[in-house]
Design a protein around this ligand. Structure first.
Ligand code: KIV
Length: 265
């Protein structure tokens, strides 16, 4: 498979076709993801929960993400590598610059930042320095305490309007990708209308350009009750590679997510 770049993902948006993304945190799973046809790997701060056993993503550090990004990049996957900017690691301009330097030098192609309209200046700063950005909106897990839990976002007209305004402003500011987590399908559809960059969804309905799942959820090994938007692709697969391939195919054929994985307003 040819190396996937941001241009590949942007072409999916233009052509109205879909792409797949999974989280991975090491060389072995990065190779399997790449061999399965997955387009993008997210070195997510979800590693704080699924690898480190924390109750949230807040304890994850820049060194943690840089270490796992380097592990993924060492496998030279064909996938585009997106790495998370951890909690408070872009709070000042100096922090933001140092964080992006550490992640890009570890092998990230894009950095992902959580927030809303407040990310406009950060996106411009990164764009001017040659750092592509993915802006994560909706249920942003780094804001879990402000939200009072992991809750669907954008349910009221006012909250939906705020999300729409944030997405359009970030697109205009030069964000390369948007990622929407746990928002009703109708809000995602409005954001797709108002933006032109590729939009990745997780619990955001079927209308996005890409779909992402945390690898451990996709493989059915996350302890506890899975979130509504999760599908266990290991259930009908005989290998991890097959589970990744089935996810990739289901996304590209538009059969995942189905209504049982989605939220209505
Ligand atoms: O950290 C992560 O894995 C994420 C996904 C849930 C999108 O942000």
């Amino acid at each position: 498979m040819a190396k996937i770049t941001l241009n590949t993902l942007k072409k999916h948006r233009t052509d109205a076709t879909r792409f797949s993304m999974v989280t991975a945190y090491d060389a072995c799973f990065a190779s399997v993801a790449s061999d399965s046809g997955i387009d993008s790997i997210l070195v997510g701060d979800s590693l704080g929960m699924v690898l480190q056993g924390h109750a949230s993503t807040l304890p994850v550090t820049v060194s943690d993400i840089a270490y796992h990004t380097a592990c993924v990049a060492a496998a030279s996957p064909d996938c585009l590598i997106v790495s998370d900017v951890p909690f408070m690691a872009s709070a000042t301009t100096q922090d933001a610059v140092e964080t992006a330097r550490a992640l890009m030098q570890a092998g990230a192609h894009v950095v992902k930042v959580e927030g809303g309209r407040n990310l406009v200046d950060l996106v411009k700063l990164y764009r001017d320095q040659g750092v592509p950005t993915c802006c994560h909106l909706g249920l942003t897990p780094q804001f879990v305490h402000q939200f009072g839990g992991y809750r669907v976002q954008g349910r009221t007209d006012e909250a939906a309007k705020r999300l729409l305004d944030a997405a359009a402003s970030l697109d205009q500011a030069g964000a390369d990708l948007l990622l929407l987590e746990c928002v009703p399908n109708q809000v995602t559809e409005a954001i797709m209308e108002a933006t032109s960059v590729p939009v990745i969804g997780i619990g955001a309905g079927p209308s996005t350009t890409g779909q992402v799942l945390v690898m451990h959820d996709l493989l059915g090994i996350t302890p506890g009750k899975p979130a509504r938007f999760v599908k266990n692709f290991m259930q009908d697969a005989s290998s991890i590679q097959q589970a990744f391939e089935d996810f990739d195919r289901a996304v590209k054929q538009g059969v995942f997510p189905s209504p049982e994985h989605c939220f209505e307003q």
